[in-house]
Design a protein around this ligand. Structure first.
Ligand SMILES: [Zn+2]
Length: 409
């Protein structure tokens, strides 16, 4: 379905999306008290187990005077939950729980002796969708407890090693230059598509360098690249590099070749769980295979807790990415005149899976198409596309910041 999406129309679409999003947030997680306990594991250890109807973000910290453990959760429906049913230990003096502030719930465990967090995980049942949180605490002394206690607002997800939790990036609210991370696809042993003696990895690197320059020249953006030379960078490493520089958004740049002959023109992808059409799927499979070729195992990327947080962050990020994709489509369409039939598609690219960073993948053109290949090597054409992308970022950043401010209130 071809839509000449103007910025005005995009704003309208965003309004609809945000209503849907707000509704999703209001679906509260419920606690199943029959399967939730706070009990001794041993003389020195206590375990808090909570069975929830869905995974939710949480943080755990301790406070002194009196010694207590605090769990903050994204809002929970506590109906049916009681201290009598839950408490099975002498190490707890009292248990309180309830709403804490808009959208958040708190559970406070007052301790009879100082205990510190030893391990925690939230596991999601892939079939049922419910989640089980297990947090283990061990006895400590008052000095250690004091040292470790206090709310660290910045370390919002205050969990101990070895579980390495990704701290979701604070979304931009327009108070600082936007940090754009450009991700030229492929590199090193992975050349990407090849056609007419040209390699995709080289064409996209050149484009990324030019886009980076132009972004910096505006004075409104900071720009970084996941690679600035001909090197192989695994897909997860690209996301890690983006996170390391505090990316506000992530733009992967490609110019793949497709088996089918019809593919031509610039196309913008955002993430979806299921590829929106066969071509997207084909492309996504090719993208993801690049890593397997280099022997990188993509399956060991995250533990249960990190995954839970990632899934949650990506609900919000998904709609931000979709808006960005729509705006890049309309920006580029304005600057070069026309785009292919369905210029915004969704696909399951690994590289777009940074949960907290809005991410899109731009197929600048398809090297399998003769005209696209000529365009990609044409300075004037590239400049126009770059202008279109910057126009889109200008519009998106304002809209996204406004939305971010609303969510903060
Ligand atoms: Zn590619």
């Amino acid at each position: 379905m071809f839509k000449k999406i103007t910025v005005f129309v995009c704003l309208f679409i965003w309004g609809v999306n945000s209503a849907v999003y707000a509704q999703d947030l209001r679906a509260l997680a419920r606690v199943d008290n029959d399967n939730s306990t706070i009990a001794d594991l041993s003389y020195r250890e206590m375990q808090v187990e909570l069975e929830l109807s869905q995974p939710i973000p949480y943080r755990i910290f301790t406070l002194t005077k009196p010694n207590r453990i605090v769990f903050d959760f994204k809002e929970i429906d506590w109906a049916g939950f009681s201290s009598e049913k839950t408490l099975k230990t002498e190490k707890v003096k009292s248990l309180r729980f309830g709403a804490y502030q808009a959208g958040w719930s708190r559970m406070v465990i007052e301790l009879t002796e100082p205990m510190i967090l030893d391990e925690v995980e939230m596991r999601t049942d892939p079939d049922q969708g419910n989640a089980r949180m297990v947090a283990k605490f061990k006895l400590s002394n008052q000095d250690e407890f004091n040292t470790r206690s206090g709310i660290r607002e910045e370390a919002g997800w205050d969990l101990p090693k070895p579980i390495d939790v990704i701290t979701p990036k604070q979304r931009q609210v327009g108070d600082a230059p936007l940090v754009v991370v450009l991700d030229p696809g492929h590199g090193g042993i992975d050349s990407g598509a090849r056609s007419g003696g040209k390699l995709e990895k080289d064409l996209v690197l050149q484009f990324a360098r030019e886009l980076k320059e132009s972004l910096i020249l505006t004075g409104r953006y900071k720009a970084h690249m996941t690679r600035d030379k001909d090197e192989f960078v695994s897909l997860p490493a690209r996301i890690t590099r983006a996170r390391a520089v505090g990316a506000d958004l992530f733009i992967s740049l490609h110019a793949d070749a497709l088996k089918s002959g019809w593919a031509t023109g610039t196309t913008v992808y955002s993430l979806s769980d299921e590829a929106s059409d066969e071509a997207s799927k084909d492309l996504a499979e090719n993208q993801n295979r690049a890593d397997l070729l280099a022997g990188v195992d993509l399956t060991q990327q995250s533990d249960a807790v990190a995954t839970t947080l990632m899934e949650l962050a990506s609900v919000e990020t998904q709609s931000r990415s979709d808006l960005l994709a729509d705006m890049v489509v309309s920006g580029v369409a304005q600057s070069i005149g026309r785009l292919r039939k369905r210029p915004h598609l969704q696909a399951g690219f690994t590289v777009l899976k940074a949960p907290d960073i809005p991410s899109i993948l731009v197929e600048l053109g398809f090297m399998s198409n003769e005209r696209d290949l000529i365009n990609l090597q044409n300075q004037e054409w590239r400049t126009k596309v770059i202008e279109g992308i910057i126009l889109a970022l200008d519009t998106w950043s304002v809209e996204d910041a406004a939305q971010g401010q609303l969510l903060r209130q």
